[in-house]
Design a protein around this ligand. Structure first.
Ligand SMILES: *[C@@H]1O[C@H](CO)[C@@H](O)[C@H](O)[C@H]1NC(C)=O
Ligand SMILES: *[C@@H]1O[C@H](CO)[C@@H](O)[C@H](O)[C@H]1NC(C)=O
Ligand SMILES: *[C@@H]1O[C@H](CO)[C@@H](O)[C@H](O)[C@H]1NC(C)=O
Ligand SMILES: *[C@@H]1O[C@H](CO)[C@@H](O)[C@H](O)[C@H]1NC(C)=O
Ligand SMILES: *[C@@H]1O[C@H](CO)[C@@H](O)[C@H](O)[C@H]1NC(C)=O
Ligand SMILES: *[C@@H]1O[C@H](CO)[C@@H](O)[C@H](O)[C@H]1NC(C)=O
Length: 420
């Protein structure tokens, strides 16, 4: 998973700096946009062309091994014998064809197989370079911008972006992989800590935020709300077969009572218990866990009028009578129980998806019997939660909803300010 070889030549990549104010160089920031259609909710990081307000949108994928974008095959393709090429090819999806090298010994160009994370279709393309820019921040507002030249990205034919939101030109990789964008943004000569905070907006009108490096991470409107101050932590795990992020989820509770599944249902060693996905819309539970969870939730929610279920959900309620002030719902409390004794509280806004004015559904779905992980935590449960993926210390920082503090993921101040 770690490729120390790569580090030596990452260092020689040029970094161009254009700062409006002096450091602190602890963090970089970019806005996140939400894109929804009938079947998907996807989130893009907006990079490049900031001055023109003409961003390039890349769908955020915390599982992708490398970034790709719609573009022509480039004459600047990497050669086959580079470490980056080896890394990119080591994560080939079993659903993709094996890409054979093209060119002879001198001219061998690195062919890779970028994958569309929604349809899982793939294309054979070339690993090449692309420039990226984003903002510096002091944690409160923008202080300047930073350009990174020549990072690894694969080109891809236009067919690969077809099912993605029309604004998206490709997919941005934020995984453990040493050629992900995360590595580029957090490896400028060690100035920035290898961590990123993901705060997905719950609406396409709000602008969420992704921050790279150390906090503070201020969210408005409270004058001094630092999200770093309200985080709990749990160990973050990698997996040799995929570059994504895993946590040791050991149970789920409803109104404080653990659901009564088989003792080894969440066993990390059987099949890594929980993966975090920035693509899967609703948290999926393996069938054996899902059926018990559903039964226990129904029992805890007896007394609340059910409504006809709406796919893909299996339990819906008439929410007109359980809405309290501030649009919060009075429904059973769900907690994700973690191996280190911490609990990730799922806010009611993250547990019930309102499908129309009257009807709200339990926003967890059956993942099937043969899933690789017991649980895949989806984006509906991550929205308006502040998640800190700390790769330096292999831990995940999580908040429940910051809404009780009077803020949300749309609270970052993207105005340019002077550091002084
Ligand atoms: C949503 O999925 C259905 C069934 O898979 C498909 O027919 C429909 O075209 C999809 N809608 C969009 C907007 O992608
Ligand atoms: C960003 O700017 C570059 C060069 O100015 C241009 O080639 C590219 O098309 C722009 N991207 C978008 C999304 O407009
Ligand atoms: C929900 O309950 C309200 C009040 O009892 C009722 O007027 C409404 O028709 C119900 N809606 C559905 C979809 O059941
Ligand atoms: C997960 O947590 C449980 C309970 O604390 C512990 O027994 C188990 O060893 C943990 N698994 C890993 C992989 O850390
Ligand atoms: C673990 O996942 C594999 C599929 O990746 C499946 O074949 C196997 O049955 C799973 N094991 C358990 C105990 O669920
Ligand atoms: C946002 O940041 C700018 C630049 O520092 C500052 O002038 C403005 O007051 C900030 N907005 C709020 C609401 O704090």
């Amino acid at each position: 998973m770690h490729y120390p070889l790569l580090l030596s030549f990452i260092l020689v990549l040029t970094i161009s700096l254009e700062v409006l104010a002096p450091p602190p160089y602890h963090a970089l920031v970019a806005p996140i946009f939400k894109h929804t259609n009938a079947n998907t909710s996807l989130y893009s990081i907006a990079l490049n062309n900031y001055t023109l307000n003409n961003y390039e949108h890349y769908i955020i994928d915390v599982d992708a091994p490398f970034t790709w974008y719609k573009g022509e095959l480039s004459p600047r393709a990497l050669s086959c014998d580079t470490p980056a090429c080896t890394v990119a090819r080591s994560y080939r999806s079993p659903l993709c064809p094996i890409a054979n090298d093209i060119g002879g010994d001198d001219q061998c160009r690195c062919l890779v197989t970028p994958v569309n994370p929604v349809t899982m279709s793939c294309a054979v393309s070339q690993l090449t370079y692309k420039d990226f820019s984003l903002y510096w921040t002091n944690g409160r507002f923008r202080t300047g911008s930073m350009g990174f030249s020549q990072w690894y990205a694969s080109s891809a034919p236009p067919s690969l972006v077809q099912s993605l939101p029309k604004e998206a030109i490709g997919v941005g990789a934020f995984s453990w992989s040493s050629i992900s964008l995360l590595y580029q943004f957090t490896y400028p000569s060690g100035l920035i800590a290898r961590k990123f905070a993901l705060c997905l907006p719950s609406s396409s009108r709000a602008r969420g935020v992704i921050l790279f490096g150390d906090g503070p991470y201020y969210l408005l409107p409270p004058p001094n709300f630092d999200a770093a101050g309200v985080l709990s932590y749990t160990p973050l795990y990698g997996d040799p077969t995929s570059p994504g992020y895993f946590i040791n989820l050991t149970g789920i509770s409803v109104n404080g009572k653990a659901i009564n599944v088989a003792r080894n249902a969440f066993d990390f060693h059987v099949n890594a218990s929980a993966r975090l996905s920035s693509i899967v819309p609703y948290t999926t539970l393996r069938s054996d866990i899902y059926s018990v969870f559903l039964k226990n939730f129904k029992k805890a929610a007896r007394g609340i009028a059910q409504a006809k279920k709406v796919a893909p959900f299996s339990l819906c309620f008439n929410t007109t009578t359980i809405r309290s002030r501030g649009h919060r719902l009075r429904i059973p409390q769900i907690n994700l129980m973690l191996g280190n004794g911490e609990q990730w509280t799922v806010d009611t806004l993250n547990s019930i998806k309102q499908v129309n004015n009257d009807v709200g559904c339990l926003a967890f779905v059956d993942g099937g019997e043969m899933t690789k992980q017991a649980v895949v935590i989806g984006t509906y449960q991550m929205e308006n939660n502040f998640l800190l993926f700390d790769l330096d210390q292999s831990r995940l920082g999580f908040s429940s909803s910051p809404l009780p503090y009077g803020t949300s993921c749309g609270g970052f101040n993207f105005t340019v300010g002077s550091y002084f």
